[in-house]
Design a protein around this ligand. Structure first.
Ligand code: M6R
Length: 357
């Protein structure tokens, strides 16, 4: 039930801090470190390569998860859109592990890949919000998101839950490989949950940003580098899905290879700047579009902010910034859709779970 909320989407955005705390509780041992079924950590450990298979928002979470698994557990990862995999299969490694990410656990494109790789004799782990779902039943292992039912077509709390569970899986695998993390993941996830809560309290500001940048525009670009690029893809999907504004996410350095031709006077550019190692270069990319008339909305992380930034995110561990940077993007999309009179929870042409290939 959505209670006093006007839309499920807004309720589900607000639930994100609670979901984070629930995940911490579910995946924490008595000593306060991450806990995951040993068989699952061993399966990741035993693989020479991980293939993440997903669609839409879940695919975007997979891109973030790749960073965790590669940098912490030192296992190479490929992330594939499910609908392409069977028709354009990459050369598989000798001992792959497949990770299916799906909120619903019913997505037909992902299931088709599961059927293929099981027939080849490979192992699969499903990360899903729905226990007993098809993808969960047909895989060898399951990790649950514990996000509670997600009703709005636009996925919000499942995305952040997927990122948190992937972080925990990567940390646990790293630990069993003897590469311990340089920080306390459980503690940092708790800090991120608090930061998400603070962001959920700033709806008026997000409403304002949506009015300021998006009330009349036909299009909008999201740019970022490194993990901010992946979050930008998600911000763009959210915005286009519910507001029907044409929105695209790009790696900051790619615009000048073509897309910059679309920048006109006033074109909104939402730029994420949460990563120290690319802070200078993303700001250079913003200058390039501003010189062509773009209207920049820079969202930066505390500690990296500059004077003209439109919004500053509370500080969290640099690897967990997607958990916080996506929240304003979700809210901006929500308010943009609301201002345009769109059906926020049930956008046209879309279903909550896509059960056809
Ligand atoms: O249930 P799934 O996670 O497998 O769904 C995948 C996509 O269909 C889904 O994330 C879709 O992109 C959302 N509507 C995006 O908000």
């Amino acid at each position: 039930e959505k209670g006093t909320y006007p839309h499920y989407m807004l309720k589900e955005i607000d639930e994100q801090p609670l979901v984070m705390r629930k995940i911490i509780q579910e995946y924490q041992n008595e000593a306060g470190s991450v806990k995951i079924n040993d068989d699952i950590a061993n399966a990741v450990n035993a693989a020479d390569r991980v293939y993440i298979i997903a669609c839409g928002t879940s695919y975007h979470a997979g891109l973030v998860g790749k960073q965790f698994i590669e940098s912490w557990a030192k296992v190479p990862v490929e992330v594939h859109v499910a609908s392409e995999f069977n028709y354009n299969m990459p050369l598989l490694s000798e001992n792959p592990l497949f990770i299916f990410i799906s909120q619903s656990g019913e997505t037909a494109d992902s299931r088709a890949v599961l059927v293929t790789i099981k027939a080849l004799g490979h192992k699969a782990l499903t990360i899903t919000n729905v226990p007993g779902s098809t993808l969960s039943r047909e895989a060898d292992y399951t990790l649950l998101l514990h996000a509670g039912p997600e009703i709005a077509v636009a996925s919000t709390k499942a995305y952040t839950a997927q990122i948190a569970v992937l972080a925990i899986l990567a940390a646990k695998t790293a630990e069993s490989k003897g590469h311990s993390l340089e920080f306390d993941l459980v503690k940092e996830l708790g800090i991120a949950a608090n930061a998400m809560e603070a962001l959920c309290d700033q709806k008026e500001e997000m409403d304002y940003i949506a009015r300021e940048y998006l009330s009349t525009t036909r299009n909008c670009f999201f740019i970022g580098r490194a993990v901010d690029y992946y979050v930008g893809l998600e911000g763009a999907l959210k915005l286009k899905e519910i507001s029907y504004i044409q929105a695209e996410g790009f790696a900051g350095g790619e615009l000048k290879h073509g897309t910059i031709a679309l920048i006109e006077n006033g074109t909104p550019i939402i730029a994420l700047a949460t990563q120290g190692h690319v802070n200078l270069s993303i700001r250079g990319n913003v200058k390039e579009v501003v010189a062509r008339g773009a209207n920049p909305c820079i969202i930066s992380l505390k500690g990296l902010e500059e004077e003209d930034d439109r919004f500053v995110l509370p500080e969290v561990h640099e690897s967990l910034t997607p958990l916080v940077s996506v929240v304003p993007l979700q809210l901006i999309a929500y308010f943009a859709a609301l201002h345009r009179g769109c059906d926020v929870d049930k956008p046209r042409n879309l279903a909550k779970s896509v059960t056809v290939e």
